[in-house]
Design a protein around this ligand. Structure first.
Ligand SMILES: [Zn+2]
Length: 277
């Protein structure tokens, strides 16, 4: 009966923990809820490529369940997972005062309206999930989301998407070469990407793993643009990587590895230095 249940689960999920089973070690699968729902811009190609890569048995120690339904963000669903992965999901919250135009604008409400914005109750479920010890992973336009929700801004280090002045090949400086999400890159890595500038530098509240080398794009402003970082939120862990605009980025093994390792850090399965500098 137990075997049968496991087999059923295995069929229902994307990746089964075959390696751990074979070794006979009781390694627990990392259960990841991957949200690709969009209420703002949709990175159609990147989302498709990410699903391809994540479902291609890239990580036998993880189980990925994908959802396009923002309503899945609730306490009952979240309690089945170790990590919430906001993968290019551009979600919006309910305006605090739907009749006030300033309030509506503050959450970047689309002109077309929205059927199911994320409610305050759902926001509290996400806050509790991370604060009480689980993991949050945010990739690319997961930072172009949840405007007007102060706890989310705090969770991701204080900055949300402001602009993307450079969409081209550029050099990324690897600031922490010991971190498992970046140790495979070497001192720097060159990527063709859409480079986000956030509206607030997360460095003061986060441990920066990678940042944009401004000399490689001819930006002489001497500003600071972290691209990947980790931080604690209550008892939980947060991994943010604002790279991931292009499908080709997802097709790079080094990028995929960094995201998978970031998810493992968020799940608390890999040790990492969370200190700020
Ligand atoms: Zn983008």
């Amino acid at each position: 009966m137990r075997m049968r249940r496991w087999a059923t689960l295995c069929i229902a999920t994307v990746a089964c923990n075959g390696a751990a089973q074979k070794q006979g070690t009781p390694t627990q699968t990392i259960r990841v809820l991957v949200v690709t729902a969009t209420q703002g811009f949709r990175h159609t190609d990147a989302i498709a490529a990410s699903k391809e890569r994540l479902t291609a048995d890239a990580a036998p120690d993880m189980r990925f369940d994908f959802t396009e339904d923002p309503a899945a963000l609730n306490t009952r669903t979240l309690q089945q997972y170790d990590v919430l992965f906001l993968n290019n999901s551009t979600l919006r919250i309910t305006p605090p005062n739907p009749r006030d135009s300033v309030s509506v604008a503050s959450v970047k409400w689309p002109r077309t309206g929205l059927a199911n914005p994320v409610t305050r109750e759902q926001q509290e479920a996400i806050i509790a999930f991370v604060r009480d010890g689980k993991g949050l992973a945010v990739v690319h336009s997961g930072a172009d989301a949840f405007y007007g929700w102060s706890e989310y801004r705090d969770m991701v280090g204080g900055g949300l998407f402001q602009s993307h002045p450079f969409t081209r090949e550029a050099r990324v400086t690897v600031e922490d070469r010991n971190n498992p999400a970046t140790s495979h890159f070497g001192p720097s890595v060159t990527l063709k990407e859409e480079y986000y500038y956030l509206d607030h530098d997360p460095r003061a509240t986060s441990h920066v793993l990678m940042s944009l080398d401004l000399t490689s794009v001819g930006d002489t402003t001497k500003t600071d643009h972290p691209l990947a970082f980790i931080r604690r939120y209550g008892n939980g862990r947060v991994y943010v990587n604002v790279l991931g605009h292009f499908a080709d980025t997802w097709r790079r093994d080094d990028y995929l590895k960094s995201v998978l390792q970031g998810i493992r850090i968020a799940a608390g399965r890999l040790p990492a230095d969370f200190s700020t500098r």
